[in-house]
Design a protein around this ligand. Structure first.
Ligand code: GDP
Ligand code: MN
Length: 406
């Protein structure tokens, strides 16, 4: 589960990590007032207007804007709330922006990158840090991996003070910066564990220029991203409360409610499969034969008529689907029962135009217990389901479905 930046900032602040004050608005009319408040907080005229969406790359896409007056803030708000944001992380169609963060602007002497995630290779959580933080971090990781410092975290002892200090030194920090950085790194590592995160990221963590009060400058988190383990959110009411359905794919939301695993992709062949491994194999073979999967839909072990009907509805609601491949292995469930379920579902599913019955090509490959009886039922159903084809095996199924989309 992902959350918005403003929610991530609240989490950081609750863990004692310094974050500039900010507020959220949803309407252009509120921009001027929010600008005045943020500017008062900042003690200068510098304020940042930031689109709140579950995708990064906002700065480069023009959806993080530094403004110096209420009218500039209003212009920035108008632009962001009336244009879809297209960034490297969104896909070409972009995403709608519904909320904006209006934050006190800060002067930046340096931008660092700081994150905690889980490293499968070492089977530990890992602190990732770089002195080359900011909007180019992906490029740094690719072109200059030496600039990324990775520190494994002991599962029982957590991030140790000496480890955090060593990272701060490697980042080139000095004087009071070191103590501040150690506090921030330790708090971030603890937050990661406490909230069952899969990613806790601050980018950038910034250093402000020296002042009389703070001659070594001050470290502040000005952007943050948290991802949470969906299997653990049940034990965090505060995390659950941050869920924003408006940021989710509608098909994925609907599937989750039915206990189906559905992931929308950008091809044209809908896939309905039982079991994640079979789903992977199905997508591989579609690609092998020159097609592109439109989704990954796993109905789980049961493949009941109800689950298949809802799965068909979800797949057909995606206008880009040109054909559907059903690939089901009958283990505990018999193929004849599954076939009857598919046939009933195909007859009864509602199309987006209100009509009933499957209209796009539907290729069904069954295997396992009572498969012959299942195929017989599929063949017999072809009279009132003209787009239905039974496949002999997986290769045959892939060829038929790829052929059907042309
Ligand atoms: P992202 O592009 O989605 O990661 O959005 P960020 O919040 O990280 O902002 C992108 C960039 O905008 C940062 O790396 C900074 O360089 C700049 N930026 C954001 N907030 C401020 C601010 O308060 N002051 C200044 N000077 N720059 C900022
Ligand atoms: Mn950022």
């Amino acid at each position: 589960m992902k959350v918005h930046e403003y929610q991530a900032r609240e989490l950081l602040a609750s863990a004692g990590i310094p974050v500039p004050p900010a507020r959220v608005i949803e309407s252009i009319d509120d921009a001027a007032g929010a600008y005045k408040d943020a500017s008062r907080d900042a003690g200068t005229d510098l304020v940042v207007v930031k689109a709140q969406v579950h995708a990064g790359g906002r700065g480069k896409a023009g959806f993080v804007k530094l403004v110096r007056s209420a009218s500039e803030a209003t212009d920035a708000a108008r632009f962001m709330l009336s244009n879809r944001m297209v960034s490297v992380q969104t896909g070409a169609e972009g995403i709608e922006v519904k909320k904006l963060l209006i934050a006190a602007g800060v002067d930046i002497a340096h931008e660092y990158y700081l994150a905690v995630t889980t490293d499968r290779a070492t089977r530990r959580n890992v602190l990732i840090a770089s002195a080359e933080g900011g909007v180019e971090i992906e490029k740094v990781a690719e072109e200059n991996p030496k600039a990324i410092i990775k520190t494994p975290i002991h599962p029982l002892m957590g991030l140790q003070g000496h480890q955090a200090r060593e990272v701060a030194f490697k980042l080139g920090m000095k004087g009071k910066q070191i103590g501040q950085a150690v506090k921030i790194m330790t708090a971030l590592a603890q937050l990661y564990v406490d909230k069952d995160c899969t990613l806790a990221e601050i980018n950038p963590l910034i250093l402000t220029p020296p002042t009389a009060d703070a001659p070594d400058g001050q470290l502040l988190a000005i952007d943050a991203k948290f991802n949470f383990d969906d299997n653990a959110t049940f034990r965090h009411k505060d995390v659950q409360a941050m869920f924003d359905p408006a940021e989710e794919n509608p098909g994925e939301l609907r599937a989750a409610r039915m206990g189906l695993s559905y992931i929308a992709l950008d091809g044209s062949i809908g896939c309905l499969v039982n079991g994640a491994g079979l789903a992977m194999a199905t997508m591989d073979i579609i690609k092998h034969h020159g097609g592109e999967p439109a989704n990954f839909l796993d109905v789980g072990g049961s493949a009941s008529e109800e689950a298949v009907t809802e799965a068909f509805r979800i797949i057909l609601a995606d206008g880009t689907v040109k054909a559907v491949l059903v690939n089901i292995f009958g283990g505990i469930m018999r193929c004849d029962i599954i076939a009857q379920g598919i046939i009933n579902a195909a007859r009864n599913v509602e199309n987006t135009d209100g009509s009933k019955g499957f209209q796009v090509p539907l290729v069904v490959r069954l295997e396992g217990n009572k498969v012959e009886a299942g195929r017989e039922l599929l063949r017999a159903a072809a009279s009132d389901l003209p787009t239905l084809q039974a496949a002999d095996d997986l290769t045959d199924a892939a060829k038929k479905v790829v052929g059907a989309v042309g």
